[in-house]
Design a protein around this ligand. Sequence first.
Ligand SMILES: [Zn+2]
Length: 326
Amino acid sequence: MTDYSVWVLEYGYVDRFPVSNLLAAQPHQGTRRMPYCFGLLRSAGHCVLVDTGFADPAVHQRLSTRYGSTYWTSPVEMLSRVGVRPEDVDTILLTHNHLDHSGCVADFPTAQVYLQRRELTRYHDALARPRRFEFLLRATDAALPAVLTDRDRELRVTYASGYLPVTAGIELRPAFDTHTAGSQFALVENAADGRWLFAGDNVYVYENIEGLQGTGALEPIGTSTGSQWIWLDTIDHALDWVGRDSARVIPFHDGELFRRFPSREYADGLHVAEISLAAGHDSVLPAGGAADGTDTAAGADAADEADGTAGADGKVRTEGVAPGDD
Ligand SMILES: [Zn+2]
């Protein structure tokens, strides 16, 4: 069996995200710093992204207006910090078509892209409806269909119809009519340390699967176009795949990830978590192996940038104007 190293890279964050958007029917939980992340898997033969993040200044500004101070760099820049070039990426697994998960596919022109066909067909169904159905399009990446069409001409898009083995140790499993109509999970299985489940936005935060204050009650996600019944059944089933061990589920919007796993905080406040390190791979953590190490070099110029102005390196920091207005 092929073993994969597994990392989660944070490419931006907002500092006042309403918890009620993460947990359904929990209106008085305040706000929290929320990271935006994507996954990186490397084996001897493959370099795989789980989602691609986004790098759109207009969206940076919009999120800053809604969710407080924000900070962003590009997914390509975050990958460079761990020694990965865009042309190294051969596979992209998109959990769903939301712009913070699928916004940078075009930055990886040689990768084979995997998406559930249902995610695209339901997007087009929603697009054909009157404007009053705009909720179905909210947060979707309007550019993705054209990006995929271009790539499809070169046979580098695979539209899955449910379960699909991608390559040894990686498979896709559907999560239809949950967070989105065609959401999917990516399941990684290593010989050395077992299974890791990328849940997309079907697990925003650990509380969705561990309960508030660890009660163990499943807490449905706050934003969904599907059904809570289906989410509950789908997530409960998915937990069986990982031995009902929530530590094996990787939430892209929970900063707790960087406390539970060995991680590195760069000088600009962004993080990388090292979930699993395969034999023969170098750690991305600071020399000496200390967890939660702080890098004092990369991103040290970030503090000089303000007012949403991108520096030469593309990093953007903006201050929100209306906290708590969501
Ligand atoms: Zn989403």
